[in-house]
Structure formats: C-alpha cells, structure tokens
Design a protein around this ligand. Structure first.
Ligand code: PEP
Ligand code: MG
Length: 747
C-alpha cells in the first residue's frame, strides 16, 4: 500500500464524514456520497444498490447513470454483475463488463457505454446490505489499492446505514431495525411469551467509522489490544490448574489475541482513514464471511474465536455492552446466537422467553430452558442482526415462530393466543388435587420430570405424584469442573427435602453424545447418540458413578431412595451397575453412614435390545422406565436432534405402539413396575394412548400434567384400546387418525 493511496483514501473518508455531518435528508446524502466517490476515484460512474427485500436490490443513488433510473431499476439477487456481488459477497473487477458472463444490460440506466466495472459488497458483520459500484468508459482493471479503498468506503456506508443515516428516502434503507419481521425457527420448548428483546451479546454500535485523527485511533487501538491481551492472560492463569483441554483452547485463543497479522491489518485500516472501532469490525466481518465458507472444524473454531475476540475488543474500545440487571427491560426475552447452559441458568426465571439463531432440541441450553419452562425457539436465523435491545418481541414456542416488532394485528392475535393458553392453565388448577382417573375407572399415576432445584416447587403446584425422572446431569453440565461429592449430596438432600416424602427417581449421570462435559475427557472423535454415553461411561470409568452413588446415599440420610441407570442395553450392564451399588453400600456401612431405609434400583429402557432381555432381567430389576425420546430414535433409526427426520415417524405408529405394548406385557408377567418418561408422556393424545395400551405410570414436564390429566379424565381407555386395535387390524400405518376421530366423540 502506498502512502499516497493511504492519504487519498483518508481524504475520501474525511469528505464522507463531512457529508454525513451536514444536515441533509437520506437521499441527498446518498447522492452526495456517489458524487464524492466518483470524483475521488476518477470514475465516470458511482452507484449504490441496496436491498429492498431479501431477494431484490434497488438502485438507490448514482452519479453518472440516468438519474431517472434511481429507485426504478431493480434486480434479483444473483442477477447481473451487481446481483452476483450481492449473492457471493465477493468483489467483481473487470475491464470489460459487457462481455462478462451474466452481464445484464439495463437500458434505463444508460450503462452500456461503460466498460470497466468494480463492484464491492456493502456488508456489516456478515449481513449483506447492498453493493457499491464504480464504472468507467475506459477498459481498465482497478488496482488492489483502489479495490481496498472502495471496500473501506463500502464498510463505512454499512455503518452509516446501521446508524440510520439514510433514513427518510427509499424504503430499502429507511426501515432498518424498524420493520416488523417474522422469523421461522424450530420449537425447542413450548409456551408463548410477549416481551422485549434482551440481547445476550448486545451489538456494539460504531458511531464513528471514520477516524478524526488517525494517530489517536492508532493509540486507542494499541491500548485496547493490550488490555485484551491482559484479560486473556488472566483467563488463562485462572484455568491453569483446571482441565487441560480447556487450557489448550484458551492458549489457542491467546495466540490469536497476540497475532501480529491481526493487529497489523487493523493498523493499516486506521492509516487509511478508518476509526479503531471500524477497523476491528472490518476484520470481524471478514472472519464471519470466511466462517460461512470453511468446512474445516478447527478453522471454524479459530474464526469463531476471532469473532469473540473482536467483540471483546469492541467492548473495550466503546465501553458498550457491559450488562447490568438494572437495565433489564420488562419481560425480557433473551436473543442470542447461542448460549451455554450455565449462562442461561444465570439469567434464570427472569426471562420470559429465549430465541437462538443456533441451538438444537437436545442441547444443554434447551434442557435448561425446558427445566425452567421458558418458551424457546431455535434456528431463528439472523435474528441477532435484526433485533435491537428493547424491541417488542413475541415468541411462539409451539410453532417455532418469532414476531419481532409485530404490527398491531399480529400482536392482537398473539395476545389472544396467550390469553387462551393462560385460561387453559387456570382450568388445570381445579384438577390439581383430583386423580387422573379415566371415565372407565383406570387411575394413571402422573409424575413430573425435573433436573433443577428450581423445578421442585412444581411438585406441589402441578399435582404430580412424585418425580418420575430427576436428570442429574444438569448439575454437571452447568459447571466448569467436576462437582464435589459433598456438593452433590447437599443438592440431592435438598431435592428430597423439597419432595416431602414423595418418590424421586434419581437418574445417574447421562452424558456423552450431545451432552458433553468440557472438563471430562470422554473419547476422541465424534461421539453420536449411538456412541459412548450414559451407563457405558459409568461402567468403563466408574469413579464418577461411585462418587454419585455415595452422594445419593448420603443425601437420603436413611430415607427411602430410588436410583435409575440410563441407557441400559443388556442385562449384564444392569448387573454390573447393581454390583457398583452394592459395593458403594458396603463402603458406606464401613464408614458408619446410615443407609437408605429402602433402595430401589431401576433401569431405563431406551434401546430396543432391552425389551428382549431374558425374563430373569425383568425379575431382577426393581422397576423399568421407558425413555421414549431415545427409544423412539433407535426404534425408527431417526436422530432425535436431526430436524429433517425427528418428526418423520409418529409415536402412534402401529409398529411402535405394538412394540411398547409388548414391553407392558412382559412387565406384567413378572410384575415389574413400569413407567414411561419421554416427552411423549406429556402430550395428551400420546399419553392417553400409552394409558390405553397399559401404562399406569407416566412422567412428564410439570406443565403437561394438567393437560394430560384433563384428557385422561374424559376418555374411556377400554374403548380407545379398541380403536387402536381396529387401526392395527386394518393395516394402518398410524393409529392417529382413528384416535383423533374417537377423542372428538369423548367429552
Ligand atoms: C428419554 O430418552 O426419553 C429420556 C427421558 O431421557 P433424555 O431425554 O434425558 O435422554
Ligand atoms: Mg434418554
């Protein structure tokens, strides 16, 4: 880069800043800018195209093309050279535009006389806003310096657009962050909520994209980078005694923070006229653009680290984004790209809802959101770039839909929905102390699933008979290091205290697959749902399981205790686990601790293999609980986290119901207590079908108890069983249609 170009681009940016400072309307500003750029770069044409909607670009200002074409000429994304720059996000630089593949001649602009073309994307942090183009009659290829200068200008334009500098003219820009937007994501936790956006990582607004005094911006950047490096060093020091893996990750993070190339590029940008903040953001935008393209996981991680470092650096530079609870809006709805379980727990029940761009139905954050009963929508693409703190937002957890800044009609319809939902909940309160007794006289025991202390108040409020599944992994997932035995014993004791004598089924640690403990090395390489998880880890590396069993015994303090092992696939695994229990009990006795008054040791039936275990297994096991979420995914070979297959097979599919019924029958022969604790137990229609084929104990989210009880109480289960049989006899694939027809005839 030559000094001359540096000062040229600084001059241009300086003029841009002056143009911005003038009191002018949006369109006037755009016109001035195209004129300035064309003048500075010595080109006949400079045009700004902006997105009108996601698919359409509009010519919003021009110097050199027909002025009448402004706001008239439009093109689809990918159409012509401009459309191609917008679609790919890549620069096009050609001396002979008309002979290029894809060139589209637009008569109204009069552009056929221009031969050379340089188009650069206008984008901000990976968000595409438009295209900036210069054209000349002469056949010339633009130099790297010229391209660089135009990219810097495009970036400043993007910042200006973000600040609303072009508002007032041409709808394309005026509506940024003001329009109502609908996001279609996926449902991860049901429920509906209205509130205000609370960004997990508030966007840092760069109000000064152009440096007033490059020297002082240079210094500011240097100081900020030093502070950042100091912070990262401290993080590294704090984790020195902890897990080695985490330390390695942080070391890679530090290497990036110390990268000379990163700092040099930002310094170069400042010397060309960008402010320190804009220089950081330019690097960040490029990292994001590359992130979209690279497949290599390691590289993606590093780019994501760079993104994170840039955010930290921007916060240091601007002092923005320091969160304080005092600023919480009313009914905050958390909006984030992604979030970890510990962070989500920290927000806790303050939140009315959560919307994520990434996430998955089985992720830890989802588990926490479920435990907290907060509506959660995942895969709401690009919401963090669109939403601003405090924006009105409505989350429909059932449909996986989010309305950002909804218009009045949408908001009114949504409020009706919430009101209906709340009314239904009120109705369930009346049922709380009534039994879930079907109209044919069968009583179903309804229990709740839990995983946090915060769940326990629901035990009384929901009318649950007990806790049919206490997922113990949450206490492990939300920490940065292995919890201590005494800590766990305290938590389990508090759970039992809160249950006040009601039965709590503690499931031992179910990790592996999607639930990864960062501080515990499992195995290298991918570990899918069919991998090394749950009891497999427990038996192969029994240290943690022993510690957990001891914690449970000590928490019981002589009270009855129920423990269940997850993911038992064969009899031997249950036997081996039981041996561990016996050994742990013997040790406790030697140490003089009181033993539980009564101990039940059950197994979760989550793999089809266990349904065919020898009869002896059914005799030996104290109870069985069907983990329908896992069992269903293995039965149909359809990953429960894969959006394209997870809803593909119906729980009321004849094969699956028949399979489940066979388990009921086997348990009946040996009088083995049986329950069902997957998500389906909490879906009223599925729940009554499970009851109809013989399940007498169901465990579900506390919020589902009311709706399930309400339906059970008005259904004749004998008749429903007949309906299921008829569908089976007719050779139907799913019993659902008949079941629904029948249920409509009940009260
Ligand atoms: C299940 O698999 O149905 C279950 C209850 O366990 P989890 O969802 O925790 O795997
Ligand atoms: Mg499971």
């Amino acid at each position: 880069m030559t000094e001359q170009t540096d000062s040229e681009s600084r001059k241009l940016l300086g003029r841009l800043r002056d143009a911005m400072a003038r009191d002018a309307e949006g369109q006037e500003r755009l016109d001035q800018i195209t004129k300035l750029i064309a003048g500075s770069m010595g080109t006949e044409v400079c045009s700004i195209y902006l997105f009108r909607d996601e698919e359409t670009l509009e010519l919003c200002a021009t110097q050199g093309l027909n002025v009448e074409a402004v706001h008239q000429t439009r093109m689809r994304l990918g159409e012509g050279l401009v459309g191609r720059v917008a679609r790919t996000g890549k620069v096009i630089n050609t001396p002979e535009a008309p002979s290029m593949r894809g060139f589209r001649y637009m008569r109204e602009t009069g552009e056929e006389i221009y031969s050379s073309f340089l188009g650069v994307p206008i984008q901000r942090l990976g968000e595409k806003l438009g295209v900036l183009v210069v054209q000349s009659k002469s056949k010339r290829e633009y130099s790297p310096d010229e391209i660089y200068a135009l990219e810097v200008v495009a970036m400043v334009l993007a910042e200006m657009a973000e600040l609303g500098a072009f508002q007032g003219e041409g709808e394309a820009l005026s509506a940024r962050h003001q329009k109502s937007v609908l996001f279609r994501g996926a449902s991860a936790q049901e429920g509906a909520a209205e509130g205000h956006v609370w960004l997990h990582e508030p966007r840092v607004v760069v109000t000064n994209p152009i440096a007033e005094d490059p020297h002082s911006d240079f210094l500011r950047l240097t100081e900020a980078v030093e502070k950042l490096r100091f912070d990262v060093d401290q993080m590294l020091e704090a984790s020195a005694d902890g897990d080695k893996e985490q330390f390695k990750v942080l070391e890679a993070y530090r290497m990036l923070a110390n990268s000379k190339g990163w700092l040099r590029r930002m310094q170069e940008d400042i010397s060309r006229g960008l402010s320190a903040e804009a220089a950081v953001e330019k690097e960040q935008s490029q990292a994001r653009a590359r992130m979209e393209q690279v497949q290599d996981l390691y590289l993606r991680e590093r780019l994501s680290d760079l993104d994170d470092l840039s955010n930290r650096l921007l916060r240091i530079l601007t002092g923005q984004g320091v969160k304080s609870e005092a600023e919480y809006p009313q009914r905050p709805i958390l909006v984030a790209r992604n979030i970890g379980p510990a962070e989500l727990l920290e927000y806790g029940r303050n939140l009315a809802g959560v919307v994520l761009e990434q996430g998955s139905v089985g992720s830890h954050a989802t588990i926490v959101a479920r435990a907290l009963a907060i509506p959660l929508v995942i895969h709401a693409e690009r919401i963090t770039t669109e939403a601003l703190n405090g924006d009105q937002i409505m989350v429909d957890g059932e449909q996986g839909i989010v309305h950002l800044r909804p218009d009045e009609a949408v908001a009114a319809a949504f409020r009706d929905k919430i009101a209906m939902y709340e009314k239904a909940q009120e109705r369930y309160v009346f049922l709380r102390d009534k039994p879930a007794k079907s109209s044919c006289g069968k009583v179903i025991s309804l229990n709740m699933n839990a995983g946090l202390m915060a769940d326990l108040p629901s035990l009384a409020n929901s009318g649950a008979e007990g806790v049919g599944l206490f997922r113990t992994e949450l206490q492990f997932l939300v920490r940065n290091q292995m919890p201590k035995r005494t800590e766990l014993a305290e938590i389990y004791a508090r759970v039992l205290d809160a249950a006040m004598g009601k039965r709590v089924v503690f499931r031992t640690l179910d990790i592996g697959s999607d639930k990864v403990l960062t501080y515990m090395k499992t195995n290298d390489g991918p570990n899918p749902a069919l991998g090394w998880r749950a009891i497999r880890i427990g038996l192969d590396k029994p240290g943690v399981m022993r510690m957990q069993l001891q914690a449970l015994f000590r928490a019981a303090k002589g009270r009855p205790l129920t423990v269940m092992f997850p993911f038992v696939a064969q009899f031997d695994e249950y036997r081996a686990a039981r041996k561990e229990v016996d050994k742990a009990l013997a040790r406790e006795k030697i140490l003089g601790h009181v033993l539980p008054e009564k101990l039940e040791i059950g197994a979760m039936l989550e793999t089809p293999s266990l349904a065919y275990a020898p009869q002896k297994f059914f005799e030996e096991v104290d109870f069985l609980s069907i983990g329908g979420n896992d069992l269903k995914q293995f039965f149909f070979a359809a990953d429960r986290e894969n959006e394209s297959v997870r809803r593909r097979y119906d729980t009321l599919n004849v094969s699956f119901l028949t399979f489940l019924e066979n388990i009921v029958k086997r348990c009946a022969i040996t009088s083995t207590p049986l329950s069902f604790c997957g998500e389906d137990a909490g879906r009223p229609v599925e729940a009554v079908c499970l009851a109809a084929i013989g399940f007498r104990v169901l465990s579900m989210r506390a919020a589902s108890i009311g709706p399930v009880k309400s339906l059970v109480r008005c259904v004749n289960l004998d008749n429903l069983y007949e309906v299921i049989n008829e569908a089976r006899d007719r050779g139907e694939q799913s019993t659902r249609v008949r079941v629904m027809e029948f249920l409509r005839t009940q009260n």
